[in-house]
Design a protein around this ligand. Sequence first.
Ligand SMILES: [Mg+2]
Length: 335
Amino acid sequence: MKLSRLGEFGLIENIRCRTPAGRDVRIGIGDDAASVKNRGDSSLITADLLIEGSHFDLRWTSLRDLGHKALAVNLSDIAAMGGIPDYVILSLGIPAHFDSEDIDAFYRGFEELAAEYSVALVGGDTNAAEKLIISVCVIGHSSAKPVERRGAKAGDDIYVTGTLGDAALGLKLLRRVRRNSTRKGQPAVTLLARHHRPTPRLAAGAQLAKKKLATAMIDVSDGLLQDLGHICRASAIGAIIEAARLPLSPAYRALAGKEGCDALSGGEDYELLFCARRQNRTQIEKLSIRAQVAITRIGACVPADRGIVVLDPSGKAVPMRIQGHDHFKKARSSV
Ligand SMILES: [Mg+2]
């Protein structure tokens, strides 16, 4: 149905009817404000704004995948604080050519992930817009002290969850498909899924906070080196990364050579990058098993004056220009 026929209130009513009554939601969608129970003695709050053409491209992104991703990137920020997500607010700017089926598809992807992590949609807003605009705000809590970017010390180990570079390589493949040289096969399918449907590492993040194992943490959204730079600046440290230790998926290994991709600067991994004391290595290994995600030690923190150094597989220091995504320096389509 055309949204102009359904109207804003019809659209909100559609969403309200389909949204499950969330745990601890006292007043949900449909009133002037929501009322929810506070799950902790303080809240974690994060927001993200995604704009068509800058952050995603509907020529190769389905609305259902986009719904998943819009929530996943926010959940990843909660994971990076060691938190647990509770509530979400979703606001949409919707172009005139969208119909209600488009919004349904977006909502389905969004709600599937919300259900998986027991996050309750409690409100939001909709409006007409020139391009699709998605604003998501997640409210969560932490059962322990939240893990900040500052806190790492020289001598700490540096770890990353999962694998790096898959999403960036997936995006390269998508752009290539647009230029009509399709690439099929399992590695490509895996990389595209990693690009479209990132996994927020909530279990690993929450356990690292609870066990007080992470001295500093961030999620890798703008590329490993860029996000490591944020930890280094906040913690006043430098870092040495061993390129040979970077965790690369079989799919990445199969296709990266041909595509010339770089796991150090590729964005949108949504893995957790964190630092931990050397004496906690065994505990980190155990946590990896419990959280069911690979955790790889990729380097060590050093004094700030050494900056960020990457050692190539032969152990030679490679001078690093920090590359990665900067929203104001270079617009790019990424989703
Ligand atoms: Mg982040």
